[in-house]
Design a protein around this ligand. Structure first.
Ligand SMILES: Nc1nc2c(ncn2[C@@H]2O[C@H](COP(=O)(O)OP(=O)(O)OP(=O)(O)O)[C@@H](O)[C@H]2O)c(=O)[nH]1
Ligand SMILES: [Mg+2]
Ligand SMILES: [Zn+2]
Length: 212
C-alpha cells in the first residue's frame, strides 16, 4: 500500500508534466462506466482529446467497444486482482501516445470496495451510481463514495422503470460525499451530458493554467 502511494505520486507528477487531466472512474459492475466514458470521449470530439485505460479481470470487450468509437485505449487484464493499482496504470499509460491527449480516463475494475484504497495518480475520482442499482449504495460503500470528487447518477432514462427514488439517492450522496460535484445523466439519451462535459472542460482549463 505504501509502495502504491509512492507510485501514484510518481504517476501524478508524470501526468502533470504531460499536461493531462486524469480521471479514475469507479462503480459497481455494469453501472455504465464504459458507456459513459465512450459518450464523454465522442461528444468532446476535437474539443478535448480523450484516451482510456480500462481494467477488467478478463476479456478486452470494453477496450473493443471504445476502440470502435475511435478512442485510443489500452486494456489491462488483472487476472484475479479486483482493482487497478498505480503500477499497472503506469505501465499501460506508457503504451499510449500521451502527447496527443488532453484527458486520460481510467476505467477501474467494476467494484465498489478495494479500488477506494488505491490512488492511481488521478486528478479526479469519479464514482458512478446507476438508477437501477438502488439508492443506498453510498451508505453501503462509504469509503468509495467519500473519496470521490465527482458523483454521477447514470441511466437516468431507466429511473422511472426502476422506481428510482431520486430524492433519497441525492440525500445519501449528500451524506457520504457532501463535497462531491453531482451530475445526473443518461449516456444513452445524452440528457444531462452537457453539464458534465462543461465541468470537465473547466477542470481541464484550470489544470492547464495551474501547470504553466
Ligand atoms: N438504458 C441505459 N442503459 C445504459 C446506460 N449506460 C449503460 N447502459 C447499459 O448498461 C449495461 C452496462 O453498461 P457498461 O457501460 O458496460 O457498464 P460498466 O460499468 O462499464 O460495466 P463493467 O465494466 O462490466 O463493470 C450495458 O448494457 C449498457 O448498454 C444508460 O445511460 N441508459
Ligand atoms: Mg466497463
Ligand atoms: Zn481489489
Amino acid at each position: 500500500m505504501e509502495k502504491n502511494a509512492l507510485l501514484a505520486e510518481r504517476n501524478r507528477g508524470f501526468f502533470r508534466a504531460k499536461k493531462l487531466l486524469v480521471l479514475n472512474v469507479v462503480s459497481s459492475p455494469g453501472s455504465g462506466k464504459t458507456t459513459f466514458i465512450r459518450e464523454t470521449a465522442v461528444r468532446l470530439g476535437a474539443r478535448l482529446r480523450v484516451g482510456v485505460i480500462v481494467g477488467d479481470l478478463a476479456t478486452d470487450n470494453d477496450a473493443a467497444k471504445l476502440r470502435t468509437a475511435g478512442i485510443p485505449v489500452i486494456q489491462i487484464t488483472t487476472g484475479t486482482v479486483c482493482h487497478l493499482d498505480a503500477d499497472m496504470v503506469s505501465k499501460a499509460a506508457r503504451q499510449l501516445d500521451l502527447d496527443q491527449l488532453d484527458v486520460l480516463v481510467i476505467e477501474n475494475v467494476g467494484n465498489l470496495v478495494c479500488p477506494a484504497d488505491y490512488d492511481l495518480g488521478e486528478d479526479l475520482r469519479v464514482v458512478l451510481l446507476s438508477t437501477t442499482e438502488g439508492e443506498d449504495k453510498p451508505l453501503k460503500y462509504p469509503p468509495m463514495f467519500h473519496s470521490a470528487q465527482v458523483a454521477v447518477v447514470t441511466k437516468g432514462d431507466l429511473a422511472a422503470a426502476a422506481g428510482f427514488d431520486r430524492a433519497q439517492a441525492l440525500a445519501n450522496l449528500q451524506r457520504v460525499s457532501h463535497h462531491a460535484e453531482v451530475f445526473e445523466l443518461s449516456a444513452k439519451t445524452g440528457e444531462g451530458m452537457n453539464a458534465w462535459l462543461d465541468f470537465l472542460a473547466a477542470q481541464h482549463a484550470a489544470a492547464q493554467s495551474e501547470r504553466t
